[in-house]
Design a protein around this ligand. Structure first.
Ligand SMILES: [Fe+2]
Ligand SMILES: [Fe+2]
Length: 152
């Protein structure tokens, strides 16, 4: 497994959780749980991806702009999550912003997979691609664990 496989695996989880959130109703707290799951997954992914994908990419001219763009989008998504937490869950404004967030996530993942991965593939060495996958997965697991414990 290389870094691209590792990131794609997380992306698939996010796509699934996003769809689940859009489909969730409030029966037995399903909607709240779906929101928390997506929030934690997103936060752990963004941080681990910045550390073990975008930071190494900063070192190459060709991938500075993609890194900057992606990290800016991470901030936008974080702000949307924060706004959602301040709103009345299930209100029309909340639902509207949830749709925007899920679409933003989809756009972000597609752009990473279709554009940034290709650029990164040209600048990272094969050894780096393998080593970053291990580091990404360790960090992602650690962060997700921490998020879940803090919430418990
Ligand atoms: Fe990202
Ligand atoms: Fe990503």
């Amino acid at each position: 497994m290389n870094i691209f496989d590792a990131l794609r695996q997380s992306h698939e989880t996010q796509r699934t959780l996003g769809a689940r959130l859009l489909a969730a109703d409030d029966g037995r707290g399903d909607r709240h749980r779906a929101f928390l799951n997506l929030k934690r997954e997103l936060a752990a992914h963004e941080t681990a991806e910045e550390r073990y994908f975008y930071v190494p990419l900063w070192e190459h001219d060709e991938t500075v702009d993609p890194s900057r763009h992606a990290i800016a989008e991470h901030h936008e998504m974080d702000e949307m999550v924060e706004s959602l937490e301040e709103m009345q869950e299930g209100s029309p404004q909340w639902s509207e912003l949830v749709h925007k967030l899920v679409h933003k996530i989809q756009h972000h993942l597609d752009e990473e997979e279709n554009r940034f991965f290709q650029a990164a593939g040209r600048v990272l060495t094969e050894d780096q691609k393998l080593a970053l996958a291990v580091q990404y997965r360790e960090e992602f697991d650690r962060l997700l664990d921490k998020e879940s414990q803090e919430a418990a």
